[in-house]
Design a protein around this ligand. Structure first.
Ligand SMILES: *Cc1c(COP(=O)(O)O)cnc(C)c1O
Length: 395
């Protein structure tokens, strides 16, 4: 790949087609997809309704411009507002763009309220994207190294630590927002405590801060509810979305409600491709299928089943530190770096991911069946056992 910029360690495999939770590589080998292209293919591969909707829209109009009204975009905004509790939506094309919009909103809100240098509280181990502002918000020094000067205006605290946020409220008067993933994805599948989120909501209310939930990975049904924050019964002021929203067609969205709504006017923000007819048609179809097929409930029950099966199959294995997550966002933490498991799984016909060095990450399609769940748990448990046993002999 001499002409590809070297930004990814690519596995030596390419896929030619897919069907549901299964993909076939260019040599004809079939894999069970427990990753969904990192939480993107929320309906699996080649979903008939999604394919038909995209094809029909492609045959009418791909793109017009935000200089004109787009009915599909307006319908999608209505739908997202209804399921999220937010009031309005800005459309873009990716997660980092959705977060850029959120950060700009937080700053704009600050300036409107007389805060000269507004700052946003962000979390250790957070992942918000790779653009300069979202990289600066990301809590990963390795990812930031070499790209200094970073964007200023971020204050970092420990995740799930109420005292740390209280301390910030005391000493830092420039804060205008708190930004958090309800379940940290890249950081290793860490779930925010419901108490912590309620406390955050209260602190934000007390100090007139905006609460921003980055739901790019954990949103849109993955945790068993439309949005992760609904697990804790709170309502943020800003919600960012991307990954699974259009089932594989690039799209991003920044939703705003309450004090965060009505801030931007024409000229404050924009996107050439954002909310185009193709992407918004795809997203409308994805949301429709999630609803019609009860995929929120499916994510919950199938996710619980995978975790329970893994817990049972790995109960006597010492190297397994914790099995955690919500719905179909699952992490299995080992006591040793396990990146090697990705290639072992690939050889065994299974697509998984390892993040934060020691955490096996599973993000299967929302329509994963119970049979597929059982196959996944069984095959993964065997891979983990073999891997840890091989480590043991070597040590
Ligand atoms: C993937 C991800 C992003 C970045 O999304 P891109 O589409 O890659 O820019 C932001 N936040 C979270 C929580 C993510 O998982």
């Amino acid at each position: 790949m001499p002409h590809l910029m070297n930004t990814y360690n690519r596995l030596p495999v390419a896929f030619s087609h897919g069907d549901g939770s299964w993909v076939t590589d260019t040599d004809g080998k079939i894999y069970l997809d427990a990753l969904s292209g990192l939480a993107v293919s929320s309906l699996g591969h080649n979903h008939p309704e999604l394919v038909a909707a995209i094809a029909a829209q492609a045959g009418r109009l791909l793109h017009t411009s935000n200089l004109y009204r787009m009915p599909q975009q307006e319908l999608l905004a209505d739908k997202l507002a209804a399921i999220s509790g937010m009031d309005e939506v800005f459309f873009c094309n990716s997660g980092c763009e959705a977060n850029e919009a959120a950060i700009k909103l937080a700053r704009f809100y600050g300036h409107k309220n007389g805060v000269e240098n507004p700052s946003v509280v962000v979390m250790e181990k957070a992942f918000h994207g790779r653009t300069l502002a979202t990289l600066s918000a990301t809590g990963n020094r390795k990812a930031q190294a070499g790209f200094e000067p970073l964007v200023s205006g971020f204050v970092r605290v420990q995740y799930n630590d109420v005292a740390a946020i209280r301390a910030i409220a005391e000493r830092c008067h420039s804060v205008t927002a708190v930004m958090i993933e309800v379940v940290q994805g890249e950081g290793g599948i860490h779930v925010a405590d419901a108490d912590y989120l309620s406390c955050l909501r209260k602190l934000c209310d007390e100090h007139a801060w905006l609460l921003i939930c980055d739901e790019v990975q954990c949103g849109l049904g993955r945790t068993g509810k439309w949005f992760g924050y609904q697990q804790a019964g709170i309502l943020p002021d800003i919600v960012t979305l991307a990954k699974g929203l259009a089932g594989g067609v690039p799209i991003g969205a920044c939703l705003a409600g309450g004090a965060a709504a009505g801030l931007f006017g024409p000229g404050n923000h924009g996107s050439t491709f954002g909310g185009n007819p193709l992407a918004t048609t795809a997203a409308l179809t994805v949301l429709d299928v999630i609803e019609k097929k009860n995929l929120l409930a499916n994510a919950q029950t199938v996710g619980d089943r995978i975790r329970a099966n893994l817990a049972e199959a790995l109960a006597d294995i010492e190297g397994v530190v914790e099995i955690r997550g919500l719905g179909l966002m699952i992490g299995v933490e080992l006591d040793t770096p396990c990146g090697e498991l990705v290639t072992r799984a690939l050889d065994a016909g299974l697509l998984i991911n390892v993040t934060a060095e020691k955490v096996i990450r599973l993000l299967p399609p929302l329509n994963f069946s119970t049979d597929e769940a059982d196959q996944l748990a069984q095959r993964l448990a065997r891979l983990i056992r073999d891997f840890l046993a091989a480590k043991g002999t070597r040590a």
